[in-house]
Design a binder for this molecule. Structure first.
Ligand code: GDP
Length: 618
């Protein structure tokens, strides 16, 4: 027998109608791939001879099951085998309930399914039901084994007919048929030995089809996801420990930590006794150090900087409920995604499916063994991937602290916004116009946009000082300041930049309503992001374009950022490696390439006098 470690084993589930040969396929496959414990086959054959009963390959499974039941072992539901240099683990699912439980509890999570169909009987009730369950729990790829070809004399027409039927059914329910293979499990045809009895078949045998799946799905080529298990302090160093769920990471690489969205460089892999490690790959447990003392704790996720996981307070999931008490809207449950634990509330139940007969029912409760599409809400930001993008961070388990009550796969996130039906705006007791009458001017937002180095901050500060001296209630919102406080959880992806601007606009609007003149100095690189701000703020939004071309800004480079961006040390830098869309029709344009700051200030004041401050003579 070959090595049976479970490290990086590719998990598969085998399903099929009773007596179609599921156990025989598994038993024979273990034999064919030399994965049986030494002497196991002889032992079973001897015992059959003694009882004078015919040998069945399914006894191999029974015998392994008995051994597992007797042994004190953690993995009670898994069978390993090796083929073509890959390691596989079959999730043994003896019954309907165990099947669901095993699939969702994390003890065993299949990446692909094998559906066994008896060529003489074709698709039966359980074939349909199990296939549908595979689809429901998020499995995409299946291999169809059309078994017992010996019972139809290896006849091609019998195979063709079933193949057409099953492919049509699987595609109807949204499963991808990777391969349909004619097999005789009893004779070992087309499992790990190419058939000589079916010359008409030129496709893959079972182990070849499995190998194709592994190559397709390898987690090493996926984006880095390292859930933090623990953080230790040792000799002034903070050592971050965890198992890499997908992707890889290497020394000196810059990584992002979620949910804080901070970035840092990997400065070392801590190992004992050897100290030569320079990288880590999926399924490996690693201990790393970073160049910055970031706040990192159990449950945080370390990822690539380019494709980080998503962050949201609400997620839409397909949930499998195993709890004895029904789950209802408003209930609070504990959701675990890798090492993170979130207290979530069932915000809404959209559809419920009764798995006993796979029927959709209208209900505001999810009863034992039912599957439902629901929206979950959390006060904290949930770090997740969509299940279709990365199954590791796209699944969760629901517990009550001790017991597993269910599981879920994440279908989508409701991006960064919480909308509650229970919100009612309270009318202000002091109106906007009333404040304007007292102050002599209306609150407004002067939205300065332009490249880094164009002069936004300089002018914002001069303008603030000037207006303040005139007794005007003014406040400057600065990009860097907001990013180090309110928006410190945001990075620089397009979505995060838009969210940054959305929040700034919402804050500016509140100030504006309070009668303050807000000067905002943000790069806001896209027309869309500024339009979004205008939409939030409304009539009192004034776009002021601080115009200096990229060459001028680069030559000024007062913060040294252009130099860094050109060296590739800052990614997504506006104008260099991220887009800059100048305003098409700004309310006011200031050209800092031609004017001195004093001149620019005078022009802004002149504009304000005309447009905004006209009621108050300065
Ligand atoms: P399961 O309920 O799907 O696990 O089915 P089993 O593996 O227990 O097989 C049910 C019956 O079908 C047993 O009597 C097997 O010997 C028989 N069987 C399984 N595979 C084949 C096959 O390839 N050819 C023939 N003729 N019989 C098979």
């Amino acid at each position: 027998m070959k090595n049976q470690s479970n490290q990086s084993a590719f998990p598969i589930v085998v399903v099929g109608h009773i007596d179609h040969g599921k156990s025989t396929v598994i038993g024979r496959l273990l034999y064919e791939t030399d994965s049986l414990p030494t002497g196991k086959l002889e032992e079973i054959q001897k015992s059959c001879a003694k009882r004078k009963s015919p040998f069945e390959w399914s006894f191999v499974l029974d015998s392994l099951q008995i051994e597992r039941d007797q042994a004190i072992t953690v993995d009670t539901t898994q069978i390993w085998f090796n083929a073509d240099g890959n390691r596989y683990v079959i999730i043994d699912a003896p019954g309907h309930e165990e099947f669901l439980r095993n699939m969702i509890t994390g003890a065993a999570r299949a990446e692909a399914g094998i559906i066994v169909v008896d060529v003489a009987e074709g698709i039966c009730e359980q074939t349909r039901k199990h296939a549908y369950l595979l689809q429901l729990i998020g499995i995409n790829d299946v291999i169809v084994v059309i078994n017992k070809m010996d019972s139809v004399n290896y006849n091609q027409h019998s195979f063709d007919k079933i193949e057409i039927d099953i492919k049509a059914y699987l595609s109807k329910i949204g499963l991808n048929t990777v391969s349909t293979i004619p097999v005789s499990a009893i004779d070992g045809e087309n499992l790990n030995t190419k058939t000589k009895k079916m010359n008409w078949y030129t496709g893959q045998m079972l182990t070849e089809a499995l190998n194709g799946l592994v190559i397709n799905k390898t987690t090493r080529t996926m984006q880095l996801r390292l859930p933090v298990q623990d953080v230790y302090r040792h000799l002034q160093k903070r050592i971050i420990v965890g198992k890499i769920e997908s992707g890889s990471l290497s020394l000196t690489e810059t990584v992002r930590v979620l949910p804080s969205n901070r970035e840092a460089k990997i400065t070392g892999f801590i190992e004992w006794p050897v100290k030569s490690k320079k990288n880590g790959v999926a399924d490996e447990s690693v201990a790393i150090t970073l160049d910055k003392d970031l706040f990192v704790e159990r449950g945080h996720i370390i990822s690539t900087t380019t494709s980080p996981p998503k962050l949201s307070n609400t997620i839409s999931v397909r949930l499998f409920w195993l709890g004895s008490e029904a789950l209802s809207t408003g209930d609070q449950i504990e959701l675990r995604i890798t090492t993170a634990v979130y207290d979530v509330i069932v915000e809404s139940i959209i559809t419920v499916i009764d798995t006993s007969d796979i029927s959709e029912i209208q209900s505001d409760q999810i009863k034992h063994n039912m599957i439902a599409d629901v929206v979950l809400r959390c006060r904290k930001k949930i770090v997740y991937d969509l299940f279709k993008d990365n199954s590791k961070l796209g699944r969760g388990v629901i517990t009550d602290g001790y017991r597993i009550l269910g599981g879920c796969i994440i279908n989508s996130g409701k991006n960064l916004t919480i909308t509650s039906k229970n919100l009612t705006k309270v009318p202000q007791s002091v109106g906007i116009q009333e404040r304007a009458n007292v102050n002599g001017y209306k609150g407004c937002v002067l939205w300065m946009c332009g490249l880094s180095g164009s002069g936004k901050s300089t002018l914002a500060m001069l303008l603030q000082r000037d207006l303040f001296a005139r007794g005007i209630n003014v406040y400057a919102l600065d990009g860097d300041n907001i990013r180090s406080g309110l928006n410190r959880d945001l990075g620089f992806t397009e979505a995060e930049r838009n969210e940054n601007i959305r929040r700034v606009a919402e804050v500016a609007k509140l100030f504006c309503d309070s009668g303050t003149i807000i000067i905002s100095a943000f790069i806001a690189p896209t027309i869309e992001s500024r339009e979004q701000a205008r939409e939030i703020i409304g009539n009192n939004f004034y776009e002021i374009y601080i115009n200096a071309d990229i060459q001028t800004c680069e030559a000024r480079d007062n913060k040294g950022l252009y130099a860094k961006a050109k060296e590739g040390k800052i990614r997504d830098f506006t104008g260099i490696s991220a887009p800059w869309e100048p305003p098409i029709n700004p309310d006011l344009e200031i050209n800092t390439m031609q004017e001195t700051p004093k001149e620019s200030l005078e022009r802004i004041i002149e504009y304000l006098n005309q447009k905004i401050l006209s009621q108050k003579v300065i």
